[in-house]
Design a protein around this ligand. Structure first.
Ligand code: BDR
Ligand code: CA
Length: 349
């Protein structure tokens, strides 16, 4: 006997509901799927105390972050010291497989500035620095970026940027075709709701080379920015640092010693209860993007002389009607960040 059309409709809805239940309970949500992404990664960096923590964090996640190289740039301290500090982080993480290439010794146009008042004259606070055993890789970071991105499959390489963006700006200027190999740029830089940290309007990485940031922001590559708006919401506490120290390995002690000294400046300057670990949020974003919330917006850089020099002009409400070029991260889960950092650092020696 043929089924009545009402009966058929009911059966169809029942099967559909069952299928939906099945798929929602077993299929990952979009956020969970992104949390499992494996990145072919290059890290451009100016260590810097928080850069060193970010590097240790990243090198502790080899199954998710396939680090091809660290490229260094002048920033928090001059290039010789940022390059030495990147090599130190590599030695502490026991990752001799990762080459370190030194890049730009100064910004594109502006007078160089450093941040020794925050990071100490050696660029790392709270621990003894020394000359690492393994040398720099032969060749320049800018040439390395051009060569590697040209040879890479389309949209395959993620570039994490933890300092002034001089190296990528130079590479893009010499070889604009390298955008083809890039999947995404994830960078620490900029400020809007929070205000700046080097001037009332500007954040250090953008202020240190605003002309480079302009080139990068106009590159057309998908960009996620972690500005002070989010990093100043993810603060250390004595308990969070104690958990890192309590892991009991050398890396946990190193991270805790660096943080104990590094957070002092910002806690005093801003009257905060703890300090931000800016660059490490980039690595947390790569490993667990569901910890963060952002919005696609237009961001441009003010590179004119004056009080706005180095400011990221971020159009949160879309008033300018210019095309969105950045996923601007404004919120982050602070306990989730420190749990992830502690879990990962516990995997290091
Ligand atoms: C950024 O500036 C540097 O001092 C830190 O390493 C971080 O990359 C924060 O504004
Ligand atoms: Ca940095």
């Amino acid at each position: 006997m043929p089924l009545s059309s009402r009966w058929k409709a009911d059966l169809f809805s029942f099967l559909l509901a069952g299928f939906a239940l099945l798929t929602t309970s077993i299929a990952p949500t979009a956020a969970h799927a992104a949390d499992a992404t494996v990145h072919t990664l290059i890290i451009d960096t100016d260590p810097g105390a928080d850069d060193v923590i970010a590097l240790l964090f990243a090198m502790a996640a080899p199954e998710r972050l396939k680090i091809q190289a660290l490229t260094t740039v002048a920033g928090n301290v001059p290039l010789a010291k940022t390059s030495r500090n990147a090599r130190l982080a590599r030695e502490w993480a026991k990752r001799p497989d990762i080459p370190v290439y030194a890049g730009a010794p100064r910004p594109l146009l502006r007078t160089p500035i450093y941040a020794a008042d925050v990071h100490g004259s050696e660029g790392i606070t709270g621990v003894k620095v020394f000359e690492p055993k393994q040398p720099l890789a032969e060749g320049n970071a800018v040439d390395y970026l051009i060569r590697t991105l040209r040879a890479a499959p389309e949209k395959s390489v993620t570039l994490a940027m933890l300092g002034p963006e001089t190296n990528l700006a130079l590479a893009l200027t010499q070889a604009p075709d390298i955008t083809r190999g890039l999947r995404e740029l994830v960078l620490m830089g900029g400020a809007h709701f929070n205000g700046g940290n080097i001037t009332p309007t500007a954040e250090f990485n953008v202020f240190a080379d605003p002309h480079a940031a302009e080139i990068v922001l106009k590159s057309g590559v998908p960009i996620t920015m972690l500005p002070l708006d989010v990093t100043h919401k993810i603060l250390t506490s004595p308990d969070r640092i104690a958990k890192l120290r309590g892991i009991g390995n050398q890396a946990g002690k190193t991270v805790a010693d660096i943080l104990d000294a590094y957070v002092q400046h910002d806690m005093q300057y801003y009257g905060l209860p703890g300090g931000p670990v800016h660059d490490a949020t980039v690595i947390a974003y790569l490993l667990q993007p569901s910890l963060f919330k952002g919005k696609q917006v237009n961001v441009e850089v003010d590179s004119r002389e004056g009080l706005g020099f180095g400011q990221t002009v971020m159009d949160w409400y879309g008033g300018l009607k210019r095309p969105a070029n950045v996923n601007w991260i404004a919120e982050g889960d602070a306990p989730g960040f420190f749990d992830l950092l502690t879990q990962r650092i516990s995997r290091l020696p």
